[in-house]
Design a protein around this ligand. Structure first.
Ligand code: NAP
Length: 258
Protein backbone atom coordinates (compact mmCIF):
# COMPACT_ATOMS: atom_id res chain seq x y z
CA UNK A 1 0.00 0.00 0.00
CA UNK A 2 1.33 3.44 -0.92
CA UNK A 3 2.00 5.65 2.09
CA UNK A 4 3.09 9.26 2.47
CA UNK A 5 5.62 10.64 4.90
CA UNK A 6 4.00 13.34 7.01
CA UNK A 7 6.32 16.30 7.57
CA UNK A 8 3.79 18.65 9.17
CA UNK A 9 1.99 19.17 11.51
CA UNK A 10 3.75 16.31 13.39
CA UNK A 11 6.25 14.13 11.54
CA UNK A 12 5.14 10.55 10.92
CA UNK A 13 7.02 8.06 8.73
CA UNK A 14 3.98 6.43 7.10
CA UNK A 15 0.44 7.63 6.65
CA UNK A 16 -2.27 6.20 4.44
CA UNK A 17 -3.44 9.04 2.16
CA UNK A 18 -7.06 8.11 2.87
CA UNK A 19 -6.56 8.64 6.60
CA UNK A 20 -4.51 11.78 5.99
CA UNK A 21 -7.19 13.47 3.87
CA UNK A 22 -10.30 12.07 5.54
CA UNK A 23 -12.07 15.03 7.18
CA UNK A 24 -12.80 14.62 10.90
CA UNK A 25 -16.53 15.35 10.39
CA UNK A 26 -19.10 14.95 7.62
CA UNK A 27 -20.51 18.24 6.39
CA UNK A 28 -19.97 21.00 3.86
CA UNK A 29 -16.44 21.08 2.48
CA UNK A 30 -15.00 22.37 -0.77
CA UNK A 31 -11.48 21.35 -1.67
CA UNK A 32 -9.51 22.31 -4.73
CA UNK A 33 -7.06 19.63 -5.82
CA UNK A 34 -4.33 20.58 -8.30
CA UNK A 35 -0.87 19.39 -9.32
CA UNK A 36 1.78 21.90 -10.39
CA UNK A 37 5.41 21.69 -11.48
CA UNK A 38 8.17 23.29 -9.39
CA UNK A 39 7.95 26.32 -11.71
CA UNK A 40 4.23 26.62 -11.02
CA UNK A 41 2.71 25.24 -14.22
CA UNK A 42 -0.34 22.99 -14.29
CA UNK A 43 0.14 21.52 -17.75
CA UNK A 44 2.77 19.36 -19.38
CA UNK A 45 3.96 20.07 -22.95
CA UNK A 46 0.86 18.24 -24.25
CA UNK A 47 -1.37 20.74 -22.43
CA UNK A 48 -2.55 18.19 -19.87
CA UNK A 49 -1.95 17.51 -16.19
CA UNK A 50 -0.97 13.85 -16.62
CA UNK A 51 2.74 14.49 -17.24
CA UNK A 52 3.03 16.19 -13.84
CA UNK A 53 1.44 13.45 -11.75
CA UNK A 54 3.53 10.77 -10.11
CA UNK A 55 2.32 7.57 -8.46
CA UNK A 56 1.48 9.22 -5.14
CA UNK A 57 -0.33 12.13 -6.76
CA UNK A 58 -2.50 9.69 -8.70
CA UNK A 59 -3.33 7.96 -5.42
CA UNK A 60 -4.16 11.23 -3.63
CA UNK A 61 -6.30 12.27 -6.61
CA UNK A 62 -8.29 9.01 -6.34
CA UNK A 63 -8.53 9.29 -2.54
CA UNK A 64 -9.87 12.86 -2.67
CA UNK A 65 -12.50 11.70 -5.16
CA UNK A 66 -13.43 8.72 -3.01
CA UNK A 67 -13.89 10.96 0.03
CA UNK A 68 -16.15 13.44 -1.77
CA UNK A 69 -19.89 13.52 -2.47
CA UNK A 70 -19.25 15.02 -5.92
CA UNK A 71 -16.41 16.06 -8.24
CA UNK A 72 -16.65 19.64 -9.50
CA UNK A 73 -14.79 20.57 -12.68
CA UNK A 74 -14.71 23.27 -15.33
CA UNK A 75 -15.72 22.49 -18.90
CA UNK A 76 -12.23 23.41 -20.16
CA UNK A 77 -10.70 20.62 -18.10
CA UNK A 78 -13.38 18.14 -19.17
CA UNK A 79 -12.55 18.91 -22.81
CA UNK A 80 -8.73 19.03 -22.41
CA UNK A 81 -8.46 15.90 -20.29
CA UNK A 82 -11.25 13.90 -21.97
CA UNK A 83 -13.11 13.36 -18.71
CA UNK A 84 -15.09 10.18 -18.23
CA UNK A 85 -17.25 9.17 -15.28
CA UNK A 86 -15.75 8.57 -11.85
CA UNK A 87 -14.56 5.00 -11.32
CA UNK A 88 -13.44 3.61 -7.99
CA UNK A 89 -10.64 1.15 -7.35
CA UNK A 90 -11.93 -1.87 -5.37
CA UNK A 91 -10.21 -0.80 -2.13
CA UNK A 92 -11.59 2.74 -2.32
CA UNK A 93 -15.06 1.46 -3.27
CA UNK A 94 -14.98 -0.61 -0.08
CA UNK A 95 -13.85 2.29 2.11
CA UNK A 96 -16.40 4.59 0.55
CA UNK A 97 -19.13 2.03 1.16
CA UNK A 98 -18.06 1.64 4.79
CA UNK A 99 -18.65 5.38 5.22
CA UNK A 100 -22.14 5.24 3.74
CA UNK A 101 -21.33 6.54 0.28
CA UNK A 102 -22.35 3.84 -2.13
CA UNK A 103 -20.91 3.88 -5.65
CA UNK A 104 -18.90 6.51 -7.46
CA UNK A 105 -19.36 10.25 -7.04
CA UNK A 106 -21.06 12.21 -9.82
CA UNK A 107 -19.00 14.57 -11.96
CA UNK A 108 -20.40 18.13 -11.81
CA UNK A 109 -19.30 20.12 -14.83
CA UNK A 110 -19.62 23.91 -15.00
CA UNK A 111 -20.30 25.37 -18.45
CA UNK A 112 -22.05 28.16 -20.26
CA UNK A 113 -21.30 27.00 -23.82
CA UNK A 114 -22.44 23.39 -23.19
CA UNK A 115 -19.96 22.49 -25.93
CA UNK A 116 -19.82 18.75 -25.18
CA UNK A 117 -20.32 15.49 -26.99
CA UNK A 118 -23.39 14.24 -25.16
CA UNK A 119 -22.77 10.74 -26.50
CA UNK A 120 -19.43 10.54 -24.68
CA UNK A 121 -19.01 8.09 -21.75
CA UNK A 122 -19.08 11.01 -19.27
CA UNK A 123 -22.80 11.22 -20.05
CA UNK A 124 -23.76 7.77 -21.27
CA UNK A 125 -21.75 5.51 -18.96
CA UNK A 126 -21.95 7.33 -15.64
CA UNK A 127 -23.31 5.20 -12.78
CA UNK A 128 -23.90 8.41 -10.85
CA UNK A 129 -25.60 10.68 -13.40
CA UNK A 130 -23.37 13.55 -14.47
CA UNK A 131 -24.55 16.97 -13.33
CA UNK A 132 -24.29 20.02 -15.60
CA UNK A 133 -24.22 23.41 -13.91
CA UNK A 134 -25.12 26.10 -16.39
CA UNK A 135 -26.76 29.53 -16.65
CA UNK A 136 -29.72 31.16 -18.41
CA UNK A 137 -27.43 32.43 -21.20
CA UNK A 138 -26.65 28.88 -22.36
CA UNK A 139 -28.08 27.65 -25.65
CA UNK A 140 -31.56 26.19 -25.13
CA UNK A 141 -31.16 23.35 -27.66
CA UNK A 142 -27.90 22.25 -26.03
CA UNK A 143 -29.50 22.47 -22.61
CA UNK A 144 -32.30 20.20 -23.82
CA UNK A 145 -29.72 17.75 -25.20
CA UNK A 146 -27.85 17.86 -21.89
CA UNK A 147 -31.03 17.18 -19.93
CA UNK A 148 -31.53 13.87 -21.81
CA UNK A 149 -28.29 12.44 -20.39
CA UNK A 150 -27.46 14.56 -17.35
CA UNK A 151 -29.01 16.34 -14.41
CA UNK A 152 -29.03 20.02 -15.41
CA UNK A 153 -29.06 22.85 -12.86
CA UNK A 154 -29.47 26.41 -14.17
CA UNK A 155 -28.04 28.87 -11.65
CA UNK A 156 -27.36 32.46 -12.73
CA UNK A 157 -27.93 34.63 -15.78
CA UNK A 158 -24.75 35.33 -17.81
CA UNK A 159 -22.52 32.93 -15.84
CA UNK A 160 -23.07 30.22 -13.24
CA UNK A 161 -23.35 31.87 -9.84
CA UNK A 162 -21.02 29.57 -8.00
CA UNK A 163 -22.06 30.34 -4.42
CA UNK A 164 -25.69 29.63 -5.27
CA UNK A 165 -24.69 26.56 -7.28
CA UNK A 166 -22.62 25.10 -4.45
CA UNK A 167 -25.54 25.80 -2.10
CA UNK A 168 -28.00 24.08 -4.48
CA UNK A 169 -25.80 20.99 -4.79
CA UNK A 170 -25.93 20.68 -1.01
CA UNK A 171 -29.54 21.60 -0.35
CA UNK A 172 -31.20 19.99 -3.42
CA UNK A 173 -28.99 16.97 -4.02
CA UNK A 174 -27.30 16.38 -0.66
CA UNK A 175 -23.84 16.87 -2.22
CA UNK A 176 -22.07 18.76 0.56
CA UNK A 177 -18.49 17.62 0.24
CA UNK A 178 -17.04 18.72 -3.11
CA UNK A 179 -13.61 18.21 -4.57
CA UNK A 180 -12.91 20.68 -7.36
CA UNK A 181 -10.36 19.50 -9.92
CA UNK A 182 -9.94 22.88 -11.57
CA UNK A 183 -9.06 24.15 -13.93
CA UNK A 184 -7.45 27.51 -13.34
CA UNK A 185 -10.41 29.46 -14.80
CA UNK A 186 -12.98 27.85 -12.49
CA UNK A 187 -10.66 28.01 -9.46
CA UNK A 188 -10.49 31.82 -9.61
CA UNK A 189 -14.16 32.67 -8.93
CA UNK A 190 -14.42 29.91 -6.33
CA UNK A 191 -11.48 31.40 -4.41
CA UNK A 192 -12.62 34.99 -4.97
CA UNK A 193 -16.05 34.14 -3.56
CA UNK A 194 -14.51 32.63 -0.42
CA UNK A 195 -16.05 29.22 -1.20
CA UNK A 196 -12.83 27.19 -0.86
CA UNK A 197 -12.03 25.52 2.46
CA UNK A 198 -8.84 23.81 1.42
CA UNK A 199 -6.33 23.87 -1.42
CA UNK A 200 -4.67 20.46 -1.88
CA UNK A 201 -1.64 21.17 -4.01
CA UNK A 202 0.83 18.60 -5.27
CA UNK A 203 4.23 20.00 -6.18
CA UNK A 204 5.70 17.80 -8.84
CA UNK A 205 9.52 17.41 -8.77
CA UNK A 206 9.99 18.80 -12.28
CA UNK A 207 10.59 22.12 -13.99
CA UNK A 208 8.56 22.42 -17.18
CA UNK A 209 10.01 25.72 -18.41
CA UNK A 210 7.41 25.89 -21.16
CA UNK A 211 5.18 28.65 -19.82
CA UNK A 212 1.50 28.01 -19.36
CA UNK A 213 -1.30 28.35 -16.86
CA UNK A 214 -0.82 28.37 -13.08
CA UNK A 215 -3.31 26.84 -10.62
CA UNK A 216 -5.48 29.96 -10.77
CA UNK A 217 -5.95 32.35 -13.68
CA UNK A 218 -7.20 35.94 -13.35
CA UNK A 219 -7.91 36.11 -9.63
CA UNK A 220 -9.32 39.60 -8.95
CA UNK A 221 -7.41 39.99 -5.64
CA UNK A 222 -4.79 37.94 -3.78
CA UNK A 223 -5.90 35.28 -1.31
CA UNK A 224 -3.73 34.62 1.77
CA UNK A 225 -3.23 31.01 2.84
CA UNK A 226 -2.21 29.17 5.96
CA UNK A 227 -0.49 25.79 6.00
CA UNK A 228 -2.58 22.83 7.17
CA UNK A 229 -0.24 19.99 6.37
CA UNK A 230 2.73 18.80 4.34
CA UNK A 231 3.50 15.29 3.08
CA UNK A 232 6.16 13.76 0.85
CA UNK A 233 6.58 10.71 -1.37
CA UNK A 234 9.60 10.22 -3.67
CA UNK A 235 10.16 14.01 -3.95
CA UNK A 236 6.48 14.77 -4.67
CA UNK A 237 5.26 17.28 -2.07
CA UNK A 238 1.64 17.40 -0.93
CA UNK A 239 0.77 20.78 0.51
CA UNK A 240 -2.54 21.53 2.20
CA UNK A 241 -3.55 25.13 2.63
CA UNK A 242 -6.59 26.82 4.10
CA UNK A 243 -7.62 30.40 3.37
CA UNK A 244 -6.55 33.00 5.96
CA UNK A 245 -9.72 34.92 6.60
CA UNK A 246 -7.94 37.39 8.93
CA UNK A 247 -5.78 38.70 6.07
CA UNK A 248 -7.49 40.90 3.49
CA UNK A 249 -6.39 42.27 0.11
CA UNK A 250 -5.51 45.95 -0.29
CA UNK A 251 -6.47 48.11 -3.25
CA UNK A 252 -2.70 48.29 -3.95
CA UNK A 253 -2.80 44.53 -4.60
CA UNK A 254 -1.03 43.46 -1.40
CA UNK A 255 -2.39 41.69 1.68
CA UNK A 256 -2.75 42.98 5.21
CA UNK A 257 -3.91 41.49 8.51
CA UNK A 258 -7.42 42.77 9.36
N1 NAP B 1 -2.56 20.36 -13.09
C1 NAP B 1 -3.79 20.25 -12.69
O1 NAP B 1 -4.05 19.83 -11.55
C2 NAP B 1 -4.92 20.63 -13.61
C3 NAP B 1 -6.23 20.53 -13.16
C4 NAP B 1 -7.27 20.93 -14.00
C5 NAP B 1 -6.99 21.40 -15.27
N2 NAP B 1 -5.70 21.46 -15.68
C6 NAP B 1 -5.40 21.98 -17.02
O2 NAP B 1 -6.01 23.26 -17.14
C7 NAP B 1 -6.48 23.43 -18.49
C8 NAP B 1 -7.96 23.79 -18.48
O3 NAP B 1 -8.16 24.88 -17.65
P1 NAP B 1 -9.08 26.10 -18.05
O4 NAP B 1 -8.82 27.17 -17.05
O5 NAP B 1 -8.91 26.37 -19.51
O6 NAP B 1 -10.53 25.48 -17.90
P2 NAP B 1 -11.54 25.19 -16.68
O7 NAP B 1 -11.35 26.10 -15.53
O8 NAP B 1 -11.54 23.72 -16.43
O9 NAP B 1 -12.89 25.49 -17.42
C9 NAP B 1 -13.20 26.79 -17.85
C10 NAP B 1 -14.58 26.71 -18.42
O10 NAP B 1 -15.51 26.35 -17.39
C11 NAP B 1 -16.73 27.01 -17.59
N3 NAP B 1 -16.92 27.94 -16.48
C12 NAP B 1 -16.08 28.23 -15.46
N4 NAP B 1 -16.66 29.07 -14.59
C13 NAP B 1 -17.90 29.31 -15.08
C14 NAP B 1 -19.00 30.07 -14.63
N5 NAP B 1 -18.96 30.77 -13.47
N6 NAP B 1 -20.12 30.10 -15.39
C15 NAP B 1 -20.20 29.40 -16.54
N7 NAP B 1 -19.20 28.63 -17.02
C16 NAP B 1 -18.06 28.60 -16.28
C17 NAP B 1 -16.62 27.70 -18.93
O11 NAP B 1 -17.02 26.68 -19.83
P3 NAP B 1 -17.63 26.90 -21.29
O12 NAP B 1 -16.48 27.38 -22.12
O13 NAP B 1 -18.11 25.54 -21.69
O14 NAP B 1 -18.73 27.90 -21.17
C18 NAP B 1 -15.12 27.98 -19.00
O15 NAP B 1 -14.68 28.19 -20.32
C19 NAP B 1 -6.23 22.13 -19.22
O16 NAP B 1 -5.05 22.27 -19.98
C20 NAP B 1 -6.03 21.12 -18.11
O17 NAP B 1 -5.18 20.08 -18.48
C21 NAP B 1 -4.66 21.11 -14.87
Amino acid sequence: MLTLQRLLPAPLAKVDPYDAYRPPHRGPLLRINMVASADGLVTDPKGRAGGLAGEADRRVFRVLRALADAILVGAGTVRAEGYGPHRLTPDLAERRRSEGRDGPAPIVVVSRSLDFDFEAPLFTEATARTIVLTCEASDLARRTAAARVAHVLVVGDRTVELAAAVGALGSELGLDHLVCEGGPTLNAPLLAAGLVDELCLTLSPAIMGTGGPAIVEALPAPVALTLHGLYEHHSELFVRYGPRRDVVPQTSGGLVRS
